[in-house]
Design a binder for this molecule. Structure first.
Ligand code: ATP
Length: 198
């Protein structure tokens, strides 16, 4: 049986960086946000979004993602509606992906809101990536050329590191990337040993 590992962490913690490191070690990695972005371009999802939010959110065939993000960020009910369209589509796509990787002993599912979405219950193991708040803010400011206030707004809408850590099996502290990679190697070794014992 494939061991399904959920990999999460707050904004700017470095979870995608760690996910890519897992990938470089030959572990299949599913980056949920990237896949969701692609799935949102499928006819089925586009039609549902049009039905729910109106055609005004589209410029020709293109979804105005920023506009949609703004709407759902300020309206919990609208966010719920969007999630009820996107989450089942991602779930079924991941199921298919998992089937295609059924020969792998371990796969990684990376998502920012593993806990907030309630998805964490679907995983065999959960790893949280952490980093000091100030480093996270600085990294995202450098990466996205955005403001501190906007980042803080997103951070405050997600779980805290303490909450995530309390529900995780393993934690990777990502301050120095080389140390974080060593911790990743160590976790992978433990998971591989446990897998062989099953
Ligand atoms: P988000 O939730 O916003 O997608 P994330 O948790 O996936 O963020 P990454 O995209 O992996 O985080 O990393 C954020 C930025 O910080 C990237 O530009 C990445 O290259 C950089 N970064 C990651 N780890 C470190 C580190 N240990 N030291 C310095 N910079 C880092």
């Amino acid at each position: 049986m494939t061991k399904i590992v959920g990999l999460t962490g707050g904004i700017g913690s470095g979870k995608t960086t760690i996910a890519k490191y897992f990938k470089s070690l030959g572990i299949p990695v599913y980056i949920a946000d990237d896949e969701a972005r692609k799935i949102m371009q499928t006819a089925e999802v586009i039609n549902s979004i049009k039905e729910t939010f109106g055609a005004g959110l589209f410029q020709g065939a293109d979804l105005k993602r920023d506009k949609l993000a703004e709407i759902v960020f300020n309206d919990a009910e609208k966010l719920k509606q969007l999630n009820s369209i996107v989450h089942p589509a991602v779930k079924s796509h991941f199921k298919q992906w998992l089937f295609e990787h059924k020969e792998s002993a371990i796969v990684i599912y990376e998502a920012a809101i593993l806990f907030e979405s309630g998805n964490y219950k679907d995983f065999d193991v959960i790893i949280t990536v952490t980093a000091p708040l100030e480093s996270r803010i600085q990294r995202v400011m450098d990466r996205d050329k955005t403001t501190r206030d906007k980042i803080l707004e997103r951070i405050n809408s997600q779980w805290t590191d303490e909450q995530r850590v309390s529900k995780s099996d393993y934690v990777i502290e990502n301050i120095n990337i080389e140390i974080a990679k060593k911790k990743t190697d160590k976790i992978l070794k433990i998971l591989s040993i446990k897998q062989n014992e099953c």
